[in-house]
Design a protein around this ligand. Structure first.
Ligand SMILES: C[S@@+](CC[C@H](N)C(=O)[O-])C[C@H]1O[C@@H](n2cnc3c(N)ncnc32)[C@H](O)[C@@H]1O
Length: 222
């Protein structure tokens, strides 16, 4: 059955936010211990985007848009612009994104509303109130990533055991090249092999306290 016709496989999380279960990867899109809290802590704060005057974010992969909404809510509250480029090779149905977003940060913003109105149809470039969003519906492994562009990179694939191809040393080295000088990559994983790949790519890797349910997460600075 077409996924859009199914009831969204929603999971309620302890901070009151929601995520959904991906049958393809056998894993939830966001943290079951608090999806919104993870987005804010690991990605928005982990990359310093919450203090940046003009963030340019690159995300692998867009999923349910929770990280995008958390970023959008932050930049809108601070009155700064946002450039956001994401890759997603298996777009979830619009009703999953909509249901997970109800009442959550960023859901009332024009850029989110404009994106939902089009999802999952082209064009995928949205411009609204100093926000520019492009979602590439393609495999990021085959993408020409922008070079030296991102002030923040959200590495948010499914876990290394289920989605190993976005955590290899080769791909992580390509991601490092997409960061602007001083740019920061953040990820929820603190696995040793991820740390080593980030360091081998020439980034300065730091362990931080994790979001609820995880002892640590990582940030890596170019
Ligand atoms: C953990 S979820 C991301 C959650 C998302 N960041 C959010 O805020 O809702 C991982 C996403 O990465 C996507 N993905 C995995 N491998 C990919 C690839 N090679 N290219 C593009 N997208 C990929 C999956 O389809 C999935 O939507």
């Amino acid at each position: 059955m077409d996924r859009a016709a199914e009831a969204p496989p929603i999971i309620e999380t302890p901070d009151g936010s929601r995520t959904a279960f991906s049958a393809r990867f056998g894993e939830a899109y966001g943290s079951r211990h608090g999806a919104q809290t993870q987005a804010r802590h690991v990605f928005v704060e982990g990359t310093g985007t919450h203090g940046h005057p003009a963030p340019r974010v690159l995300e692998i992969g867009f999923g349910l848009g929770v990280n995008f909404r958390a970023t959008l809510a932050d930049t809108a509250a601070r009155g700064v612009g946002l450039d956001y480029v994401a890759y997603e090779f298996d777009p979830a149905p619009a009703n999953w994104l909509r249901e997970v977003a109800v009442g959550e940060p960023g859901a009332d913003r024009p850029a989110w509303q404009a994106m939902l109105a089009q999802w999952p149809n082209a064009p995928r470039r949205i411009e609204a109130q100093n926000v520019r969003l492009t979602v590439h519906f393609s495999d990021v492994l085959a993408a020409d990533l922008p070079q030296g562009w991102a002030t923040a990179l959200y590495l948010d694939g499914f876990s290394p055991s289920r989605n190993p191809e976005v955590w290899t040393p080769e791909f992580v080295a390509r991601l490092a090249g997409a960061l602007a000088p001083g740019g920061i990559l953040a990820t929820y994983s603190a696995a040793g092999h991820v740390r080593r790949s980030l360091a081998a790519a020439g980034l300065n890797v730091e362990r931080r306290p994790g979001a609820p349910g995880k002892r640590e997460c990582l940030r890596a600075v170019r």
